[in-house]
Design a protein. Structure first.
Length: 159
């Protein structure tokens, strides 16, 4: 997804407002999740949203979203954002994040989603880390006890 930063999108410093960027990221991520599962989706969580470089007025914003792993009814979507100054002929990383979406059936309840098959080395790296990131999200959200997070536990505790 590509957007152009216009005056209405900026703060008083001439930079793209973070909220506007998050809005665009949410749309791109939702489209990616919907394309993967073929059903309407809702945003369940956003994590690891970090801003590295501001995107200035008049620059283009490029947002790449891809499903990194599918679970039972949820999908993790990795987002990579970069800005482009066409006048200076310069592209730069702005930020990245992980969004989680849940697929909904016609009854408005969560429904199962197709499995994701990671093929490239980059896809495999994202896929393998997704379970640990999911466990962190569930622990922080109070839906999992730390001792139940086997993937995380294996990183920190030697049995």
């Amino acid at each position: 997804m590509t957007e152009l930063v216009l005056p209405n999108d900026t703060n008083t410093f001439g930079n793209l407002m973070g909220g506007r960027l998050m809005y665009w990221m949410d749309i791109a991520a939702a489209l990616s999740a919907m394309k993967h599962c073929g059903f309407p989706v809702v945003t369940a969580s956003v994590d690891n949203l970090s801003f590295q470089s501001p995107i200035r007025l008049g620059n283009a914003v490029h947002i790449e979203a891809r499903v990194s792993r599918a679970f039972t009814s949820s999908m993790e979507v990795y987002i990579h954002v970069w800005g482009e100054d066409a006048i200076q002929e310069h592209k730069y990383k702005s930020n990245e994040a992980y969004f989680t979406f849940v697929a909904l059936g016609a009854d408005g309840r969560p429904r199962s989603v197709p499995e994701l098959v990671a093929e490239t080395d980059d896809e495999k790296r994202l896929y393998e880390g997704a379970l640990r990131r999911r466990q962190v999200r569930l622990i922080l959200g109070g839906k999992m006890k730390p001792e139940e997070a086997g993937e995380l536990r294996a990183l920190f505790v030697k049995d």
